[in-house]
Ligand binder design. Sequence first.
Ligand SMILES: Cc1ncc(COP(=O)(O)O)c(C=O)c1O
Length: 495
Amino acid sequence: MAKLGLETHIVDKNIYAETLKRFKERKIKLPTFSELANPTTIPASIRDSLKNIDINEAHPLNLFRIHWYNDPKSKNFVQVPHHLVLGKEITGVDAPIVVMIGANFPMITAHKVLAAYSCLAPRIVTGQFNPVKHRAIWPSTGNYCRGGVAVSRIMDCHGVAILPEEMSQERFDWLNKWTLDPKQDIIKTYGCESNVKEIYDACNELAKNPDNIIFNQFCEFSNALGHYTCTGKAMNDVFEHVKKSNPNAKARAFISATGSAGTISAGDYLKEKHHDLKIAAVEAVECPTLLNNGFGAHNIQGIGDKHVPFVHNVMNTDFVIAVSDANTDNMVTLFNHEIGKNYLIKERGLSKETVDSLSYLGISSIGNIIAAIKMAKYYKLGKDDVLLTVATDPATMYSSEIKKAIEKYHHNNYSTLKAAESFGQYLKAVTTDHMEELTHLGRERIFNLGYYTWVEQQGVSIEEFNARKDQGFWNNLRSYVPKWDKLINEFNNAR
Ligand SMILES: Cc1ncc(COP(=O)(O)O)c(C=O)c1O
């Protein structure tokens, strides 16, 4: 059980005591999951102090900003999470596509710091991680490890990032600044986005040293629970807000590209509130693992592939939608290159404000939007049918990738004509290809594929593997969150 992060008692009293001492010295308090889901319950004194703290500082109080309710324009919290409502002028479909923005999370400008905190906090308050002695190992395709390194830095401990060598330069630039010892604390594994097996291998090697604690987001249920509790609630708040301007609005789908499959757990929360809602997992056409048991390399960074994460509630997933990285690379270029932006304003009649807001969308965010367009076309959705999704990180994480895309697709010569071609080919012409509405059999096919990673390679027992087939397992998991919150409160008060 410890391997899957599900402990609700103090496992090691000495570790607990040493951690308490470190937290006292550094004046670190931990927010509860409940506070991160409802930031208005964060004490007013903390909210006031945050007004003097930069959102990108490694400051302990920034832990209280690990939620969706940060105001992009000030240091305050907002009632409704920052979101974009993309209309027909961009998407070509009547159904509004609502995108909740991850760029306002602290320190890493991506929501993956929530997953990192969700994996860390239960370990801290159950005496399983000692920041004085242990190294925190964060296996990732680039954003989760940045989140992990950020929270490790706050505790003044070594956070080690493991990520494939081909991830965007911006990720490595950030890590070079934030790791305590970049030479030792940044581990580059072979390959690109879809080489997750190599990441597991590096973790297994490091795990031989008991001072290395692996926070494996792909199998720590607290990752999924953090998103269920915080992202699910935030996305629902956004929907309720949208509904105020259209009382007939219906939440039709939650669409999420899956890396660790943490974010998609928000769909479980939303489905409980909106029974007709469908949950769609998004992956790359170039590596259609869920769609077709397929493999391959691609550039939709953040979507780890060639495996089914252990924390993915596959039997509650309704669609798999694959999107090509040619679409996402070309759209991130169109939305952020001056020539592309001018084209959208002058030729497509978009407002400057709308075009500027598209910079909140990183590559996987655009993948989510294209998948939502496919869903809208598949069901022929209308203006009352709302599609919900997230933008994990913004385009600023991909300036170097935009340069590469211009070289690869446009021979280093981007022009208004190329922008127009891209808009037509990669956005307007999106169809319902590469998608599957899952039947029971389809879900079982994907579920069973996970066997090879988890039982054969990673040593999970067959009982633990199979237990996840039953929705009762997932319902039961939710009872862990209040238990951890109680432990967090006790930990905070023990000082
Ligand atoms: C940019 C980006 N998009 C999407 C994802 C997938 O999110 P999740 O791991 O919650 O499935 C990640 C994960 O790291 C990511 O970094």
